[in-house]
Design a protein around this ligand. Structure first.
Ligand code: ATP
Length: 257
């Protein structure tokens, strides 16, 4: 995990706004993520986490603002081009092809792959559980197994930035362990990671930085080591004294100010 500062920026989101019809789900969000960083994106239901991840991935259009990935402005690039650029989204709900086998689901992703370490053989070696399940239909998998396939499928595109929505939602404790073991494999490969996780304790133990959204705005952006769970919870529910519009900028690198 790289320290924040003058290091290479994997992602620079500037004043990004995204809407669903008349509803503004993401409001002028600015966020910078360094190469190799792990960021936990937290917030209550409807705070805008999924919309933000989907907009970064190009699965949802931006209404205003800019998204820079590495040296490129990708704001208007279609989703498939962003995959080719190295942005991969593991969407909420996993979205596997239910009638295809595990291997077939993986091969669909491999067709779009960028060159890199992840190929079907290296994925199956890194995820022995998937090697055992490779002939099974996706519909017959447990939730945790589906999430592991979904993460493996994203990895097969050899992303530089992996966006994982609702990592452990709806999974049994054993499945959550499986999924986090998969993510540990991802981290060892040096990818940058933004993950949405409802389990705050888990999020804060994995991520080097925590970003909290409230009603579409960033109300806290701080190194995990600099904030307590209570401070994050307060921001989460809008109870913090610092959750005004300017708080996000002022907390960059500095906890809840
Ligand atoms: P959750 O944890 O419930 O998924 P979230 O933080 O990911 O919440 P979003 O799903 O991004 O939040 O939703 C942000 C806002 O946009 C909410 O008010 C939600 O009702 C609204 N919204 C999300 N998707 C749609 C949609 N397809 N059509 C209309 N409104 C939507």
């Amino acid at each position: 995990m790289s320290a924040r500062g003058d290091g290479p920026k994997a992602l620079r989101v500037e004043s990004l706004t995204a809407r669903h019809g008349l509803l503004t789900a993401v409001r002028e969000v600015s966020l910078t993520v360094d190469d190799g960083e792990v960021v936990a994106l937290v917030g209550a239901n409807g705070a805008g986490k999924s919309t933000l991840l989907r907009t970064i991935a190009g699965a949802h259009p931006s209404a205003a603002g800019a998204i820079h990935f590495g040296a490129d402005d990708v704001t208007t690039r279609p989703a498939h081009q962003r995959v080719a650029d190295g942005i991969a989204l593991v969407p909420e709900g996993r979205r596997l092809f239910p009638d295809l086998t595990v291997e077939e689901n993986l091969l669909v992703a491999a067709r779009r792959a960028r060159p890199g370490p992840w190929r079907l053989d290296t994925i199956l070696a890194a995820f022995p559980m998937l090697a055992e399940l490779r002939g099974r239909r996706a519909a017959a998998l447990s939730g945790g197994q589906q999430q592991a396939v979904s993460i493996a499928r994203a990895l097969l595109t050899n992303p530089r930035l992996l966006l994982v929505d609702e990592v452990s939602l709806g999974l049994s404790p054993v499945a959550v362990e499986t999924v986090y073991a998969s993510l540990a494999t991802v981290l060892r490969s040096g990818a940058t990671l933004i993950l949405v996780e409802q389990d705050l304790q888990r999020a804060m133990s994995v991520a080097g930085r925590v970003v909290c959204l409230l009603e579409g705005r960033i109300v806290l952006d701080a190194p995990t080591a600099d904030v307590t769970r209570e401070q994050v919870t307060e921001a989460y529910f809008g109870l913090s004294r610092t959750t005004g519009g300017a708080a996000a900028d002022s907390t960059r690198g500095g906890g809840v100010s």
